[in-house]
Ligand binder design. Structure first.
Ligand code: S3P
Length: 200
């Protein structure tokens, strides 16, 4: 019998998922990293594999504002967007165990970083410049990349942000392998981190 429904999450045994949920307690898993690193696509699958809810902070900001991100940037500017982002993430962090994909700039905010450190477990999805560019430029919904030289912008963001993303609890390489492989890597890294946290 072909059981299509099982294929997507095959790589994660139920016992592993249950152990991870137990170690998380009430904490969400927060994915951070640059545009194009796969926070949303991998995050959605991670949530499915762990049987947790999934939320995308960009999407929640758009819902709260009744505007798309390009519209918010164009009409109100980046500072306004960042304030909304900080508030929306602070609210989502109180919603219990779930997987949260954050916008690439969210973790650069010191208050958001503190909130994440105190109430969540964070994962940096790290990727190389060519991978980020190739993926991020597939769509035109990222105001920061609407420039003549998106590569230079991305390189600059990597320089500024990578040392900060490195504060996340765990780092996982996002590369050109299946989403399920990256999901498996995240689960292994989180189990290692959370078990070490419990160790006497
Ligand atoms: C941004 C990343 C975007 C979005 C906004 C700003 C950033 O989210 O929040 O365009 O500052 O890196 P993704 O990382 O999901 O593309």
């Amino acid at each position: 019998m072909i059981r299509f429904g099982l294929k997507k999450h095959r790589a994660v045994p139920h016992t592993q998922a249950a152990t991870l949920r137990g170690l998380l307690g009430q904490r969400p898993i927060v994915l951070v990293g640059l545009m194009g690193c796969g926070k949303s696509s991998v995050g959605r699958r991670l949530a499915g594999a762990l049987n947790l809810a999934f939320a995308d902070t960009d999407h929640e900001i758009e819902k709260a504002a009744g505007q798309t991100i390009p519209e918010i940037f164009a009409e109100h500017g980046e500072t306004y967007f960042r304030e909304g982002e900080r508030k929306v993430i602070a609210r989502l962090l109180t919603d219990g165990p779930q997987v949260l994909a954050t916008g690439g700039g969210a973790y650069m905010d010191a208050i958001t970083r503190d909130n994440i450190a105190s109430s969540a477990v964070s994962v940096w999805l790290k990727a190389t410049l060519p991978i980020l560019l190739e993926r991020a430029l597939r769509r035109d919904n990222r105001p920061l990349l609407q420039t003549d030289d998106p590569e230079a912008v991305m390189r600059d963001l990597m320089e500024k942000r990578y040392p900060v993303y490195a504060h996340a609890d765990v780092t996982v390489e996002s590369r050109n392998v299946s989403h399920e492989t990256v999901v498996g890597d995240i689960i292994d890294a989180l189990l290692g981190h959370l078990q070490a946290e419990r160790a006497p």
